[in-house]
Each structure stands twice: as C-alpha cells, then as structure tokens.
Ligand binder design. Sequence first.
Ligand code: HAM
Length: 480
Amino acid sequence: MAKVKKTKKNKKVVKKNKLVHSEKTRKEKNKEIKAAPEPVVLQTLRGMKDILPEEQSFWDQVRKVSERLARDYGFSRIDTPIVEFSNLFVRSVGEGTDIVEKEMYNFITRGGDKATLRPEMTAGIARAYIQHGMQVLHKPVKLFSIGQAYRYDRPQEGRYREFHQINYDAFGELDPILDAQMIQVASRIVQNLGIKSIQVQVNSIGCPACRKEYRELLVNYLESKKQKLCQDCKRRLETNPMRVLDCKEDKCYQVAVNAPQSVDHLCEECRVHFKTLLEYLDELDLPYVINPQLVRGLDYYTKTVFEIWSGDEEGRKTALGGGGRYDNLIKTLGGEATPAIGFGLGVERLIIEMKRVQAKPYKAPRPRVFLAQLGDLAKKKSLKMFSELEKNGILVAESFGRGSLKSQLRVADWLGVEITLILGQKEALDGTVIVKNMATGVQEIVSAEKLIDIIKRKLKADSVIIYHNNGNQNGFSHVV
Ligand code: HAM
C-alpha cells in the first residue's frame, strides 16, 4: 500500500475522517440503544391472573361438580375457539350492549380478519350448532362448556378481564319445563359446591312482539324521568332502554323501581310460558323471587331470564351466574328457527364464594406408597418399577432426583405414606425389594416379580392417580 504523505492538507482529511468515524459510532451506538429489547414486564396484564397449583383444588372441584351434573342431565361437552369473527358477537350480544360497545378485545388478524376474544360463550356455541348442522340431532341438543372469556371491564374483586365460565345451553325445546330444569341445574351446581345460601331471581322479558309495546311504554316513562338518570342511562335510553332497569346507580334504581314492568305487558303466549315455568319451579320446591328489574346485559334473550345470587353478612350481593331463553338467536345468525335456553356461571366468583363459606375443595387421593432407591443400578431399575406400579393402578410417590436414602425417607415421612419400597444395589442385583411398613417400621424383603400382587394385597386399593414429588414443599403435581 502506498504511503500517504503527511502534508497539511492530508492531515486535515485524516482529522475529518476521524470525526466522521467517531460521529458514526455514536449514531450506531444510539441505534443499538434504540434496538435493545424492552425489558419484559414480569406480571400478568391488568385484570388477568395465574391460577397457581395451590388454587387448583378449588378449580378441580368446580370442574368435577359441573361435569358430573352435565353428565347426569344429558349435556355433551363442546369446546369452541376463544377467538371468533367479531360480527358474531355484535350480531348476537347486541350492538347497544356494554359488552359490544366497550368491553370487547377486538383485533385484526394478519390475514385481515376482524376477530374478537370471546366475551361470552353462547354466541360461539350457537355458531357451532349451525356450522355443524346439529339441527338434525335429537332435540333438545344439550351442550356444556367450560373455559375463558374476556371483557375489557374495570377490574375489581370478582370482576376480571380474563375470567372463566361454565356454560350450559340447550337447543330445540320451547317448553318451559326446560327453563325450570336449567334453573335447577344452575342452582344445584352452586349448592353442590357448598354454597347453600343463594337466591334465584327470575323474570320474563317477553318476545319481540310483546316487547315492542312494552318498550314504548318504558321509553315514555323513562323520558319523563330523564333528568334523574345517570349519563350512561341517558344514552341507554336511546340505544337500549331496558338496560336502564338494571343500572347499579342508586338514582337510576329509584327510577327503575317505579317503571312499567315487562311481566305486566306480556303477550298471551309469553304470559302462559312464564306462568307455567313458575308452576314447575314450585313443583321442584325451588325457591325463587320475581325481579321485574332483571333484564340481563345481552340482547339475545327472550321470555325467561334468570340469575343466581349469593350474599354475605354485610349484605353485599354477587351474581354467580345468569342466563335465559334466546329463541331467536339461531335464526338471527342464519340457522333455522330454533328455540334455546342456557346459562353461564362465573368460575372465579364461585371460588371466591366457596372460600368465603369455607366450602371444601376437591381432595385428590394421596399416594400411599413411596419408592426409594440407592445406587446407580437401583436408580435405573426404580424408573421401570415405578411405571409397573403405575400401570397396575397403584398410587406411588418418588423423589428420584435425591441421592441419599435418608432424604428420600424424609419425603416419605412428610407424605405420610403407609409403605416405602427400598431398592438398593443388593436388591437390584438380587431382583428383590425391601417393603417397609411405615407405621410399625417392620421391613420384609420380597421378590420384585411378586411386588405388584403383594402391594395390592397390602393396600387393597384400586386408585389410579399418580403423583410426582416436584421437589418443593407445595406438594405434588397431578399427572394423570
Ligand atoms: P353473563 O351474566 O354475562 O351471561 O355472565 C355469566 C356469569 O359470568 C356472571 O354471572 C358472572 O358470574 C360471570 N362473569 C361475567 N363477567 C365477568 C367478569 N368480568 N369477571 C368475572 N366473572 C364474570 C353470559 O355470559 C351468558 N352468555 C350466559 C348464558 C349462557 N346465557 C345463555 N347461555
């Protein structure tokens, strides 16, 4: 490379280049700083929460009770996606509702579809009913679901942005006997969870025919009281006047109690339907109150609406669930006219209430046998022995990661198992196992081949749930 002469001019160029160079690095550095990944926010989004292992026994109990009643009352399980086309909810829940106006998680997919995280489950289930031609099935078609729903609401105790619902829906039956049965199922789920003190509220909001006349009467009445209504209700008066009736603002409640009541303005068909429902409820000895202000926050309802409430000592009331008929929804969505009824229970609210009344959560069967091992060969053999015990329906705990026998026996003690199996180097070579009775401390050596029969005889058990020690004192993770 030719040597550059250090002339005055050249010196200037070098200096300038140096400047440009240092300028560049600063720019590059800035760019790097800009490109640095944002720190991860290590918390859930507002209104959403993790369901930790120690909470799961309550969730298990809710699942167990609701699945059991679903089976007993002839409901089949259905699971639909959490995301649906937005207009499914706009069309079914209703444009003027709080859910559609303010609470939906809407987004555009990469493919350009307008999508929404479901704010409730019935719209998706109705869509699935039509999409899969379920109208040809034997009626009523009873469907049960459990899963997440999303509403961008103001979070507080019992109200979240991600929450879970148990949802029961039945399609194809107009007879109010089904309404009574649905109310019964909803109350039984709540009571079987140990929440005994509940109130069932019912009302009939009529069909489009009688509601038209009622709506006019209601609007006239509300117009005359407009000055006393909250800002939201002044707006609702235009968009969804029936929602004024269940506004939680005290001044609106004062207006609502004297408003014309839908039950007084039902057409003959709706009147007889409601009357017959009440007779069925009486027949079931199911206590209820008629709440004329009960209109529900979703537009698809017709005729029967109901809610299940609980109350605490301070008089605070919580809506644990609600539902009603929606005889026009399937037709509105493009299916053939099909009457339907359903309800949803809020799982988080049920669990809050279970805890408040000290209801029992699900008690998972605990392992009665512990498998301990010592030495490399024994460790290898114990893995297979564990799976043999499991295949034979014996509930076993282990702590394979721990080396010392002493620490494994400490875990066995902590678990309170009845039998500990010890597999050491000698036993692994001999094809035997030490069976230790934890209550008496007596140990016997048995043939590994006969182990299953011996343990079965000792336990006289047929449990099939297996637990693994997850190494912390919080307990065991359910793996079956
Ligand atoms: P919903 O009354 O809007 O009805 O909701 C049912 C239950 O879900 C409520 O009673 C409450 O327990 C729970 N829930 C609602 N929003 C929240 C929230 N933000 N946080 C926690 N829990 C909540 C429906 O969703 C209808 N789809 C029910 C139905 C099914 N009707 C016919 N079939």
